[in-house]
Ligand binder design. Sequence first.
Ligand code: GDP
Length: 298
Amino acid sequence: MITFLSGGTGTPKLVRGARKHVPDHAITVIVNTAEDIWVSGNHLSPDIDTLIYLFSGQLNTDTWWGITGDSFHTHQELNRLGVDEYIGIGDRDRALHIARGELLREGYSLTEAIQILSARMGIGACILPMSDEEVATLIRTDNGTLHFQEYWVKHKGTLPIQDVVRYAPTGLFAGEGVIKAIKNADRVIIGPSNPITSILPILECSGVIPALMDSFVIAVSPFIGNAPISGPAAVLMNARGLSPDSASTFSLYKEFCDLFVQDIRDPVDVPGSLRCDTLMTNEEKSAALAETLLSAGR
Ligand code: GDP
């Protein structure tokens, strides 16, 4: 079994490639839930949704969120009615949020809800929320403290950041099956996801780091030089006092990381790292990178 730790873009690109080599039932993905938020009464879990749509063959791989060819009638109508729904939610995408919201309101845990929906959608892989607790990444700005989605989607990441904090009122416990999925894996792969908003929340869940220390862990850098391939990772690293590069990313993972992978073009050198082409601009390139990581020796 291969276990991935994932956000909603970089690692899903790698998982897409891994599916060319490994059957879905041998893949487990532990997914960040610190970007989850209730929107218009329904439960949005952006990173989990990307994995659900990837494994059910519906993902819009131009944007890495939402369903290919989805319509936005409800979203447009809500905004016409004065509801400030600042996240563009597609009609079919919203159906999943409604279904999950209903299960959560009925008392199912997030893990159970994802298990039920995965079965209904014919998904063979195991998608595990990192935690069943309420958790959010909050961004402290001059305009106040905002949920990450508000910072990134509503304000388009334009506000200067003072700090990044985690809100976890009941504590951050690993979700059901998370520790087992790390311990039972032949290898754990931390894909090139945003260290601050996607991977650190998973690492903060109780028991995750000790389990990783006992496993064979490969981590892929999301940076080339001082820039991420996409998204706000650079400003978020800066806000945490870290340089936005592979060296700082490695410093966050070094206590449990057995093999660090950097792009061949990366001018920042992390001694001992494996160099390869990590730019997954299409499915073939994702498959090639996945093949390298699946066969890299201990
Ligand atoms: P989010 O939840 O949407 O922020 O997605 P992730 O955290 O999973 O991924 C975001 C990170 O993926 C960014 O920091 C990007 O630099 C990185 N990324 C996206 N595409 C690629 C790629 O093709 N190669 C590499 N190395 N990194 C990528």
